[in-house]
Design a binder for this molecule. Structure first.
Ligand code: CMC
Length: 391
């Protein structure tokens, strides 16, 4: 059998080396290419961060202009892809649609299979970053039965996404600068998070030499679960279920009960054993958005704040170092913007795309091996086949 390290959940296994993102979970530090996430959230924007993740350095003014133009150049999807949407039931979860249509892009761009060519890898990265908001908005419009809205390249990345989500052929959507900034921040705060489950999935799929669009589709599938990107959707569903501040104690008790599988969604993190630095920025953005929209005494926000306060002071949560994570506040912001709950994880996927593609590109550019974990076999020892009359 040989000797293997047994590490279920890869709690202490480093699967690769990487220069993209650094996390110190004990200190609550997150750096992209060395830059702290709070500085990026305050001074940068999503597309600049995409450039940084892909290229390793912040762009000059000229590089930034070229990059933004290039992304805008790729925002449309092939008209034939519309037919692909028609194959889904109207009530399909948008993440199911996203897994399918993103994988289908591999059938449209044959140059993407030439993974040893850095120029082709670069174009694939640009296509993915540009087309994800278009596909995301199409999946929403399809669920409503409304016509797809084409991208508008005179708008910023976040404004264009909100336009494709909310405009109709009969009516323009007036994008508020505060909401567009909040949307950009949500994308930015989700852009990368080193070797999380979906990024590791993208790397593992990519390590076989698979088509990059198909690898990103695999990442979307891994993101979907409630323990990962699906948590933002789960937070809102949980708050709905709790119903009122008066019921919080009952749910805190349930979360602490070893025999009850209930967990407070949006709390805890495999790596952060201190406050998630992204959650701090999200909390501030959340207040800005609610103020802009004039939302006062929002029962969901009230519950979220009460839950956060109680959990932060409760012995169980303190001793297990369970703090609110990025998904705790992002769902509340998205809901306030008017984005339906089923779209939350799709938005996470859109934001995470540059991280996935930067990691895939980093792996393919250097020496790498096919990912092939081993196992601890616990089944039968060898035994002889029994014919059916002897079983
Ligand atoms: N509520 C109540 N108890 C919890 C929670 C929670 N949200 N999270 C962890 N625990 C307890 C858990 O029961 C366990 O207790 P014990 O040691 O007595 O068995 C202990 O804390 C450690 O939990 P774990 O599941 O072993 O920790 P993990 O590192 O494997 O899991 C996690 C991390 C994020 C999956 C988990 O904290 C969780 O399920 N949180 C809720 C879902 C969530 O918010 N996910 C989003 C993660 S951040 C965004 C992303 O990266 O996608």
């Amino acid at each position: 059998q040989g000797y293997f390290t047994y590490d279920p959940g890869f709690v202490s296994t480093a699967s690769c080396d990487s220069e993209i993102t650094y996390i110190d979970g004990d200190q609550g530090i997150l750096l992209h290419r060395g830059y702290p996430i709070d500085q990026l959230a305050e001074h940068s924007n999503y597309l600049e961060l995409c450039y940084l993740l892909l290229n390793g350095e912040l762009p000059s003014a000229a590089e930034s202009e070229t990059f933004v133009d290039t992304i805008k150049n790729h925002t449309m999807v092939h008209e034939q892809l519309r037919n692909f949407f028609q194959g889904f039931r109207r009530d399909a979860h948008p993440m199911a649609i996203m897994c399918g249509v993103t994988g289908a892009l591999s059938a449209f761009y044959h140059d993407s299979l030439d993974i040893d060519n850095p120029e082709h890898r670069r174009i694939t990265a640009h296509r993915l970053i540009a087309k994800m908001p278009t596909l995301a908005a199409m999946s929403y419009k399809y669920s409503l039965g409304q016509p797809f809205i084409y991208p508008r390249n005179d708008l910023s990345y976040a404004e264009n996404f909100l336009h494709m989500m909310f405009a109709t052929p009969c009516e323009e959507y007036k994008v508020s600068p505060t909401l567009a900034k909040a949307m950009d921040r949500i994308f930015l705060l989700h852009a990368d998070h080193e070797q999380n489950a979906s990024t590791s999935t993208v790397r593992l799929a990519g390590s076989t030499g698979a088509n990059p669009f198909a690898c990103i589709a695999a990442g979307i599938a891994a993101l979907w679960g409630p323990s990962h990107g699906g948590a933002n959707e789960a937070v809102l569903n949980m708050l709905d279920e709790i119903g009122s501040v008066d019921n919080i104690d009952k749910y805190i008790k349930k979360a602490k009960d070893k025999d009850d599988p209930f967990r407070i969604m949006g709390f805890g993190h495999r790596v952060y054993k201190n406050y998630d630095p992204r959650a701090k920025v999200m909390q501030q953005t959340c207040h800005e958005v609610l103020e802009e929209l004039g939302v006062q005494d929002d029962p969901i926000l009230e519950m979220a704040q009460a839950l956060e306060k109680i959990a932060l002071e409760d012995d169980y949560f303190v001793s297990k170092r369970l703090y609110p994570n990025v998904d705790f506040y992002s769902g509340i912001i998205l809901k306030a913007i008017g984005i339906p709950v089923e779209m939350f994880t799709v938005i996470f996927a859109t934001g995470r795309t540059p991280g996935w593609i930067a990691h895939w590109n980093e792996m393919i550019s250097g020496p790498y091996k096919i990912g092939r974990p081993r196992q601890l076999y616990k089944g039968y020892a060898q035994r002889d086949y029994k014919t059916i009359d002897k079983r």
